[in-house]
Design a protein around this ligand. Structure first.
Ligand code: MF3
Ligand code: CO
Length: 270
């Protein structure tokens, strides 16, 4: 989508502002995670997240984006991404992806997680969620080598290891003064290795995986993206800054220290 457009590089001061947006994004998603239970509706969860963003002095970057009608995307089971929160109550065992972002002083955060409501239906659903989460962190860790942005996709692909479908046609993205900016951040290997990873880059990394194939369809509402084969899907996302000193996961409360530390990547202390 962004081809060879130049990448917005942020100053350390600007990244500190983005950290505020990242932490508010995290708080909103955490409030939704805490409220997840059988019987609650996605529309109710959307209201929970919206209130946290409002109370924290931010605004939603999703609401009104190309006419998007809600604060969060809540994507249940075979819905991959961009599910519009509706009034159908969640059921035990549903696989629920929650995606949201806050804007603070003009700077954007964007993050997503997938959770299973109550008791999982099948072990394969647990593996779907966990493998996709591992793929996210592998992709983030790949930035530490300061190679090319395409290293993220290679690391995501390797972490998935052929056990899941990596959704075709959707990518991560640069983020900063807007939610979607250059460069595209692919979730698979590509001949185009993308731009060099530089300090000041901030990227939203977001693997989307399925228990089946890589193909999707968009429903008549023009938002809801479902797997073509009806298999369940997961989506994890973080907003990550590349600093002179190392990586900083802006939408993780610990800056990514625990997950990156486990992968041998040090996160500079805040
Ligand atoms: N947050 C999604 C992404 O990760 C974009 C959502 S688009 C919206 O890039 F319109 F639904 F907000
Ligand atoms: Co995103």
């Amino acid at each position: 989508m962004f081809g060879r457009e130049r990448v917005e590089l942020k100053t350390p001061e600007q990244i500190l502002k983005m950290r505020e947006a990242g932490l508010l994004t995290h708080a909103a998603l955490e409030s939704v995670r805490a409220a997840l239970r059988p019987g609650i509706t996605p529309a109710e969860l959307d209201a929970v997240g919206a209130e946290v963003i409002r109370a924290g002095g931010g605004t939603s970057n999703f609401l009104g984006y190309h006419g998007y009608p809600a604060t969060l995307c809540i994507s249940v089971n075979e819905v991959v991404v961009h599910g519009i929160p509706g009034d159908r109550p969640l059921e035990e065992g549903d696989v629920v992806s929650v995606d949201g972002g806050a804007v603070v002083d003009g700077w954007h955060g964007d993050s997503a997680f997938t959770a299973i409501v109550g008791k999982p239906r099948e072990p394969g659903d647990v593996e779907l969620v966990e493998t996709t989460r591992q793929a996210l962190w592998a992709g983030i860790a790949a930035l530490d080598a300061r190679g090319r942005v395409g290293d993220v996709g290679a690391a995501v692909e390797d972490a998935v290891g052929g056990r899941l479908g990596i959704v075709d046609g959707y990518t991560g993205h640069g983020i900063g003064t807007a939610m979607h900016m250059a460069p595209d951040v692919l979730n698979h290997r590509d001949r185009d290795k993308g731009p060099k990873v530089r300090p000041g880059m901030v990227l939203a990394i977001e693997p989307m995986c399925t228990r089946g194939g890589v193909d999707t369809d968009v429903l008549a509402d023009e938002w809801t993206v479902v797997t073509s084969d009806g298999t369940r899907a997961a989506h994890w996302e973080h907003t990550v800054a590349v600093l002179e000193e190392g990586l900083w996961v802006l939408t993780a409360p610990d800056g990514g220290a625990a997950e990156l530390g486990a992968r041998g990547v040090r996160v500079p202390s805040e």
